[in-house]
Design a protein around this ligand. Structure first.
Ligand code: LMR
Length: 338
């Protein structure tokens, strides 16, 4: 009997060895699937939100579904002030904050905040895509953050609960700003009181009159309906608002070469598309705001613009000297200090 059992066991062992192995091909992939989380604070319908979706879709297609990017808009995952920390800790892989919000890491990001310094987006791109952008990328890399691209929103306009007819109308007005030293000084110079608030706090602050006004691009004002909480819009185009698309350096360096290539090649294409789309969308959203019968629109006249510029342009001297000499020359050649 014992011999019989040993024989049975031996046969079962042999049979198992000969049987075809069960393989679930749907579960097995030559490369691991990669899931990236992209958190941002604005609407899906904004220039940043639309570009994030396009990037995610293209990367998914081009990687045959291997690279998936999950987008969390509207600050649903992390809000301003939380998202940089989350990126550093690796809780999220991609964020795209306004450059103004990076001034806490390196004050020189404030170059993009300088009022009336850029005449158009081309000048901004010249700086962002040239040696100045390179220096800012390097400074972030030293802090463990990779700058993957520069995206636009556009030029900011002003919303207020009272008309701004001349500079003295700013006196004592509380204006919501992004937390940036140059933006703070901009409104102090105008006699107003700058109030740094994160983006998700703006609606409530305007609704409950905690602030008298805000500055933002038409696309942000329109997509978040901020302008509907105010009676006056001054089309001042006084400053630029744009983004740096960021990834944690350690995470970026841990990705295989093919994944990095798909992400970066696609991002390059998306960035060209994004910059055009942002320009068009801001023009369209400004037209929509103009159509609102409840809002009084004032376009800054050339004379008024000169007055604002006289007060605000000197802020450039607070930021430009912080760059190395050769870059200072580059900045002065690009921007407008006259
Ligand atoms: C803001 O806080 O007003 C903007 O930075 C929001 C954004 O990301 O466009």
């Amino acid at each position: 009997m014992q011999k019989f059992l040993i024989l049975m066991f031996f046969c079962a062992f042999l049979l198992q060895g000969c049987a075809p192995k069960a393989v679930d091909f749907e579960q097995t992939s030559p490369k691991e699937k990669i899931v990236l989380t992209f958190s941002h604070v604005v609407s899906d319908a904004s220039p940043k939100g639309r570009a994030a979706r396009l990037w995610a879709d293209l990367v998914y297609q081009r990687s045959g579904g291997r690279i998936e990017m999950k987008i969390y808009p509207n600050g649903t995952l992390y809000k301003d002030g939380e998202e940089l920390e989350a990126l550093k800790k690796g809780y999220v892989q991609i964020i795209a904050p306004a450059t103004s919000k990076l001034t806490g890491l390196d004050i020189r990001w404030g170059i993009f905040d300088l009022p009336f310094f850029f005449d158009d987006l081309e000048q901004v791109h010249q700086l962002a895509d040239g040696p100045v952008g390179e220096l800012l990328r390097k400074s972030m890399r030293d802090k463990g953050i990779e700058v993957l691209a520069f995206w636009d929103n556009g030029f900011k306009i002003l919303t207020t609960d009272r008309p701004i007819k001349n500079l003295k109308d700013f006196l004592g007005l509380k204006i919501r700003i992004m937390d940036s030293p140059i933006l703070k000084k901009q409104f102090l110079q105008l006699g107003a009181i700058p109030v740094p608030l994160s983006f998700n706090e703006v609606f409530e602050a305007l609704e409950n009159k905690k602030v008298n006004g805000s500055e933002n691009t038409p696309s942000n004002l329109y997509s978040k309906k901020f302008y509907q909480l105010q009676s006056y819009v001054t089309v001042s185009n006084h400053g630029y608002l744009g983004y740096a698309v960021l990834m944690n350096s350690d995470y970026f360096n841990s990705l295989d070469q093919e994944t990095r290539k798909i992400l970066l090649d696609t991002l390059k294409e998306v960035t060209s598309w994004q910059r055009k789309a942002a320009l068009e969308q801001n023009a369209e959203d400004l037209a929509r705001i103009r159509n609102d019968q409840n809002i009084k629109i004032h376009d800054l006249t050339p004379e008024e613009k000169e007055e604002w510029q006289a007060v605000l342009k000197p802020l450039a001297y607070e930021i430009i000297p912080l760059f190395p000499k050769d870059l200072q020359a580059e900045i002065l050649k690009t921007g407008n200090l006259n």
